[in-house]
Design a binder for this molecule. Structure first.
Ligand SMILES: *Cc1c(COP(=O)(O)O)cnc(C)c1O
Length: 480
């Protein structure tokens, strides 16, 4: 299909601007463009068709099953959008006086209180724009804490080898050395290896529980205790809280700081690079270092912003974070309520175990012990015996209208496919997906070449992913 720039015709447009109602002043010569910007010029119908066509070429949660492991592609209820579109939330300015945005501050304070209850934390900032940004923020809190106590020998962050790739990256960004902790044969942290690694140079541990292979680490209290006894702090990567929200709390597992991905667990749209939100909650010992400003109750029935926090690490983003994402997440939490939140978690785990059980007869599970919100298939055997890889199965699923699971992650599993069905899928959808997986397996036995060719029925066929990564074309070059 054509790019919007290729559709552009000089002089076309669809903007109807009202007459200017403020005095016109001219800008200083040095600030004025020498030539107009090269914006695409298209009529409204062409613009509309362009985006409709783009939409038809992609796969979203509203198109079909989207079991992309670790990404929690659950359905995003429309009521969230309605709430976020209220003019009092949407048509405001970040520099408006506090007394004119009391409702917005109430959203921030209420969301903080509820999410602190869900995570077992004392305070929370909504400033980070996404999960990885939350990780960096949380690590900077840990760093400020050690620094403030003049405990400067702590230069290392311990990260299990099953961790999400952002964890070691964030630790390095925060100026720490990363020490990888191996997993045992059960897919959980090797406690003895952790004990050996923890010491006076340990600033902290970053951990996801349930981890990226979908297993809940039963040794979690011992793990956090080992780190605390070594003088380190414990960071919980709560990007994906879907299996435990309303049931188990990071705060009770011994964690000092946690980030959440509102754009995963708390049902706000994601994928495609839209705005996210990665709030960071912490226990009392880290509260002094939280970014500014923090919204809070003013003690007289209203709300205010607190800027006066002398030990703060500063701001990690402009203003208050992606506020409308928080408004959507709060709507979601209030819609589900105290019963609905744990019920959603239970259904996420149920759906996951159901699909895993339906696939076990033909696919090998990396860890066949029952799962939490996601499970990992390994295609190592099929690769060896049939020459069919995780990539082939993933591409085959596209022809069934299913978005592929996460591929080749976690790194500790060979030929991995990581499947996360989420709670919002019906049993019928899961049965259809299981049937698609089985059909692909039959094709792998009878006609592996066909799978190497797939997808056969998508807008574009199999792409050269190496070329796409090595020679990305990210710029449009205008014809002269
Ligand atoms: C998605 C995810 C992240 C990163 O979140 P972003 O919003 O993409 O930055 C970190 N950790 C885990 C476990 C995740 O699933």
């Amino acid at each position: 299909m054509k790019l919007i720039f290729e559709r552009s015709i000089q002089g076309r447009g669809c903007a109807i601007l009202p007459p200017c109602d403020v005095p016109v002043t001219s800008l200083p010569e040095a600030m004025v463009r020498k030539e107009p910007p090269k914006l695409p010029q298209v009529g409204e119908i062409d613009l509309s068709r362009h985006y409709t066509q783009l939409m038809k070429q992609t796969h979203g949660v509203n198109d079909g099953f989207y079991p992309l492991g670790s990404c929690t592609m659950k359905y995003n209820p429309r009521v969230n959008e309605e709430a976020a579109a209220l003019p009092g939330f949407r048509r405001i300015h970040p520099l408006q006086p506090e007394e004119t945005v009391q409702g917005c501050l109430e959203v921030l304070v209420t969301a903080e209180e509820l999410l602190c209850e869900i995570t077992g934390m004392d305070r929370m900032t909504f400033q980070p724009a996404a999960g990885a940004h939350g990780e960096l923020t949380g690590l900077l809190l840990i760093k400020a804490y050690h620094h403030h106590r003049q405990d400067t020998a702590r230069t290392k962050i311990l990260v299990p080898d099953s961790a999400h790739g952002t964890n070691p990256a964030s630790a390095a960004m925060a100026g720490y050395q990363v020490v990888s902790i191996p997993s045992g044969p059960d897919g959980c942290v090797d406690v003895e290896a952790l004990r050996k690694a923890a010491g006076p140079d340990t600033a902290g541990l970053m951990l996801t529980n349930p981890n990226t292979v979908g297993l809940f680490d039963r040794n979690i209290l011992e793990i956090t205790q080992i780190v605390h006894e070594a003088g380190g702090l414990c960071y919980y990567d709560g990007a994906n809280l879907n299996a435990v929200m309303g049931i188990a709390r990071p705060g009770d597992m011994g964690f000092d700081v946690v980030h959440l991905n509102l754009h995963k667990t708390f049902s706000t749209p994601h994928g495609g690079g839209g705005p996210g939100s990665g709030p960071v909650g912490c226990k009392e010992l880290l509260v002094p270092y939280l970014p500014i400003p923090l919204a809070q109750r003013d003690g007289a029935g209203g709300y205010r912003l607190d800027w006066d926090r002398p030990l703060t690490i500063g701001a990690v983003k402009d203003f208050y974070g992606n506020f409308l994402v928080v408004a959507r997440a709060l709507t979601y939490i209030l819609t589900l309520g105290r019963e609905g939140i744990p019920e959603a978690a239970e259904n996420a785990v149920l759906n996951c175990n159901y699909l895993m059980t339906r696939l076990k007869d033909v696919y090998d599970m990396a860890f066949d012990t029952g799962c939490m919100h996601e499970f990992v298939i390994t295609l190592a055997r099929q690769k060896k015996e049939l020459g069919v890889t995780a990539m082939d199965v993933a591409k085959g699923l596209l022809d069934h209208g299913i978005h592929p699971p996460t591929m080749y992650f976690p790194l500790i599993v060979e030929e991995a496919l990581m499947v996360e069905p989420t709670e919002t899928e019906s049993r019928e959808t899961l049965d259809e997906a299981a049937e698609a997986f089985h059909e692909i397996y039959r094709t792998a036995l009878s006609d592996p070449e066909l799978l190497h060719q797939s997808p056969l029925h998508t807008p574009v066929r199999r792409l050269d992913e190496v070329a796409a990564a090595r020679n990305p074309r990210l710029q449009y070059h205008f014809p002269d």
